[in-house]
Ligand binder design. Structure first.
Ligand SMILES: [Zn+2]
Length: 41
């Protein structure tokens, strides 16, 4: 069961910042397609 959950998240496409290309760790919808640094600008 637990392994299936891990595999599920592993298969999710990485969310990357549209500005700098940095992988976005946060999964909040409000971040849009930008990382924390670029989002604050
Ligand atoms: Zn960025």
């Amino acid at each position: 069961m637990l392994e299936n959950v891990i595999e599920f998240f592993r298969n999710l496409p990485e969310k990357k910042c549209a500005t700098c290309g940095e992988t976005i760790e946060e999964q909040h919808e409000c971040y849009g397609n930008q990382c924390d640094n670029c989002n604050s600008i």
